[in-house]
Design a protein around this ligand. Sequence first.
Ligand code: GDD
Ligand code: MG
Length: 350
Amino acid sequence: MVKMKALLLAGGLGTRLRPLTDNLPKPMAPVVNRPWLEHLITHLHEQGIEEFVVAARYCSDVIRAHFGDGRQFGVRIEYAVEPFPLGTAGAIKNAERWLKERFLVVNADIVHLPQLVPLLEFHRRHGGVATIVLTEVEDPSQYGAVEQDETGRILRFVEKPQPGEAPSNRINAGLYILEPEVMRYIPAQREVSIERETFPRLIREGAGVYGIVSEGYWQDMGTPTRYRQVHWDALERRFPLPIRGRQIQQGVWVGEDVEFGPGSLLVPPVVIGNRVKVGEHALIGPYAVIGDDCHIGDRAHCSRSILWDHSVVRDGSRLSNSIFGYRTVAPAGEKFTDAVISQAGEAVRA
Ligand code: GDD
Ligand code: MG
């Protein structure tokens, strides 16, 4: 078991998931009917982490309202709310008073269920101030790419490399183990990016920055396409994300108090939340996640779509490849393809 505090970076704006994130920090977006941040905290708790600091600013009250002091989740949570956006390293500096020993930093918008023990063993062995957990991707241009020597030491860290400038396909997975000495390298009271400023400086000054590849599923859920993909991967069990509800047949999970109208059909893989009402001859799936308290009308179809809690799909409406935020209503007889819609009704194409 790993005894360390974890700082969760949850202060970004989530612009590419708008309008879903209009009133919601991206890490609070549900992944298979549960806020991702809850999956993350639960997973890290299972790995031994008991104390968390949430670094946030944008809609931080939503996070606090959900988790409170963490007691309900069996953990302790402190909140380091920023007076203005401090950037990824500034957010760490802002939480300094809680981080006096070796600690973990997690980009809370990444879907990844890391095994911490081997990462920590690697960190202890190299003895430097920072371990950056890495993953391999085809196109590193949206990430922080690294160059390493044969011991794993990072020689270069290039954030969002231009085409042809990425030193490798190994990128920052958004998970770090840091020694408290790192705080000395982060100026206070201003915006500081760990990727653009602090890592390059630690590398330049020879403080010891090492990288290790974490095996297993990794996905940045920051765009509608990737957000949907995370769901389909979870439903296909490509990674062991807990899914609530009873699996009534292979690939069909159903919550409590669900009512099915005559002739309605579920095509796997599909997840139905609690208290959902499904109308006559409605067709749900393949690839659908229906949140708690949703209503699916008569003859409505939902495929490759995600509905957050309390959404309504009226009679005969058809959804494909769409994401509906909390309490969104699809009017009767309409067709939604590649739609990303929140309650405000503002629709954008994925
Ligand atoms: N508290 C706080 N304050 N958090 C912040 C701030 C801030 O000012 N700015 C960003 N964050 C949080 C975001 O919520 C997210 O969880 C994390 O820090 C990373 O910021 P993003 O804005 O999502 O960065 P990115 O996705 O473009 O790139 C980062 O993640 C990649 C992995 O997906 C970088 O760390 C890359 O190097 C990395 O490869
Ligand atoms: Mg991100």
